[in-house]
Design a protein around this ligand. Sequence first.
Ligand code: MRU
Length: 364
Amino acid sequence: MKVDGKPYRTIWLGADGTTVQAIDQTLLPHKFVVRDLKTAEDAERAIRTMIVRGAPLIGAAAAYGMALAMATDPSDAMLAKAHAALLASRPTAVNLRWALDDLRALLSPLPPAKRREAAYKRAAEICDEDVEICRRIGENGLAEIRRLKPHGDRINALTHCNAGWLATVDWGTALAPIYQAHNAGMPIHVWVDETRPRNQGASLTAWELGKHGVPHTVIADNAGGHLMQHGRVDFCIVGTDRTTRRGDVCNKIGTYLKALAAHDNGVPFYVGVPYPSIDWTIDDGHREIPIEERHAHEVSRMTGRSATGEVVTVDILPEGSPAANPAFDVTPARLVTGLITERGVCTASEAGLLSLYPEQARAA
Ligand code: MRU
């Protein structure tokens, strides 16, 4: 997507052929800064501190982290060390494990001298594949949006967190259908949940929709149910960090509450799901997905621009009040209207997913 007229991806290989570059998402929307990642430790830190975030981008950054490790030391010991360190950087998004296991399976049988080149090549392929997956999710989601409003009337979407191009390599998952609808001239408007505590909606989704000229309004996280009761939301669409075999959807904390409100109000609730976000090894999202607990400071503090233009962080809790910060929740499959994948749209169920991914059927 373009930032002030210049096309960008969220992550790319620098001109020297070794350094990886990424947009620093901790500074948006106030500053646009590109960071250099020169080592596997830099990649691990970028994921852990959320310089890069969003499940597909975490996977892409981890793949480049393995390449950076191989550029430093292509030994078996380094391969194992980089895999373990990157895997521990964030627990919930399954794209991380998917990308790391993919790279390890590719690199392990190769002689060390060939690993660097192979790792960079595969990391670049993962990025290109992600762009294509997201583009197709956009196409499939657009068809669904056209079905909801066949006469081309104004349509109001609601999204939570950031599952736009910043969360992927390009296009996004939940926002890809919205970009495609906007590009096709449909009158689409997006309610953007601010997404406390880190405000990915207010800081990132609003920023990228604004840069692309998509009409949007930021709302407090608590406003969605009210808007749905008053018929002001035609559909909800979110991303996912991990979707289970039977269609339970783990995503940013607060997604579940939106799905409950959507269900109660008969509002369709869609999830953009790229295949690397599906965890075929588990069924029950509620019991089996590790939920990241992040630092209480993300709840007790807020960062923003002061009247003088300075970016400042302030405490908002009474001194001594503890805070808890579970970062994700699980929306049970029964609350999800459809999973929008790169292969098409299906029900949130094992049968639905297997209709699109028959190769994942368990051996009888
Ligand atoms: O903690 P974050 O910002 O990495 O969480 C991001 C989300 O929850 C996204 O909705 C999800 O990763 C899907 S991104 C296409």
